[in-house]
Design a protein. Structure first.
Length: 324
């Protein structure tokens, strides 16, 4: 006796209902997923393909679903790479490592950075902002590029998305502000002014240091590319204005350490240099040479309204430094 199931005959009326339901389901599914082409919708479409085959969907329905799945995958990948283009070299491996070493170094200086009001100059896409937000600071980030300002907002929201009760995003403000044209008086005053990787992207660094002075109540933290040599010089430098991490007006500078130190001292009573440099190739520890070679040279400065009794800082430009 055969155990094979007999063929199942479906009445014409029931078959018509099944076909109509399949058509409506297809239309609803394709419409919804066409509106939201994401990696999640691509996975839903893959499952729909498998289910359609299992229940014997016709070739027309399968073809529609498979075609939409292919479009969704392409759109999802395009969205991903467009997102990467938005962040540009801010999230290159080189830049990510540089930021790690910068903030690692800052955290070792023993400076009073908890619970302060902070102005972040030239904030880029907000990669350094959480350092202060995580220390219960109120942070105002400014940048001259609208696309960077938009990215700052989305990045800060994403950083704290898993911790809605942290209250960190509520302590963060973002402003569109051109450091080379804006009036610092309109920004207000802050306990700390943070200026990492920005001074060398402006054509007139003296104007920017004056803006730092106008907005700073206590501490000013500066990290910048510099040129070798003991002389006081600015060294104007052309930059690519189309790159989101470069000079917005196409002209920057590479001042010497001497110039930066003296310029800060002209508006702050107390200027210091850390004894140790960040543990990164772009931060020299021997300044007795005259040529940086192909690698950028960076230096750190701390300016203050009050004297700082801090063993990590020295009130002069040392010829040699140690590593953090």
């Amino acid at each position: 006796m055969s155990c094979r199931p007999s063929s199942l005959r479906v009445p014409n009326t029931a078959l018509a209902v099944i076909v109509e339901l399949s058509r409506r389901l297809r239309d609803l599914l394709l419409h919804a997923l066409h509106k939201t082409r994401t990696p999640q919708s691509a996975r839903v479409l893959t499952s729909a393909c498998r289910a359609s085959r299992r229940f014997g969907a016709g070739p027309a329905l399968l073809g529609d679903i498979q075609g939409e799945r292919a479009k969704t995958r392409v759109a999802s990948r395009r969205e991903h790479f467009d997102s990467m283009d938005d962040v540009g070299d801010f999230h290159s491996n080189h830049y990510l490592r540089l930021n790690q070493r910068r903030l690692e170094h800052l955290s070792t200086l023993g400076l009073p950075l908890t619970g302060r009001t902070v102005l972040e100059l030239g904030a880029g896409i907000g990669d350094l902002s959480p350092f202060f937000l995580d220390r219960d600071c109120e942070v105002t980030s400014i940048d001259a590029r609208p696309e960077n300002v938009d990215r700052i907002r989305s990045n800060i929201a994403a950083y704290y998305a898993f911790y809605p009760s942290s209250g960190r995003p509520e302590k963060h403000r973002v402003r569109l502000f051109d450091l080379e044209k804006g009036d610092g008086a309109g920004l207000g005053t802050f306990d700390v002014v943070h200026c990492y990787g920005v001074l060398y992207h402006v054509a007139d660094p003296a104007r920017m240091i004056q803006l730092m002075s106008e907005t700073c109540l206590h501490l000013c933290l500066v990290e910048t590319c510099v040129s070798p040599g003991r002389q006081s010089a600015i060294h104007p430098t052309r930059e690519d204005a189309t790159a989101p991490s470069q000079a917005v007006h196409g002209l920057g500078c590479r001042p010497t350490r001497t110039w930066v130190f003296d310029a800060l001292r002209s508006v702050f009573r107390h200027v210091y240099v850390p004894i140790a440099q960040p543990n990164h190739e772009e931060f020299p520890i021997d300044w007795t040479g005259t040529n940086s070679g192909p690698i950028l040279m960076r230096a750190m400065f701390v300016a203050s309204r009050e004297p700082l009794d801090n063993l990590n800082l020295i009130g002069a430009l040392p010829d040699r430094q140690t590593r953090c």
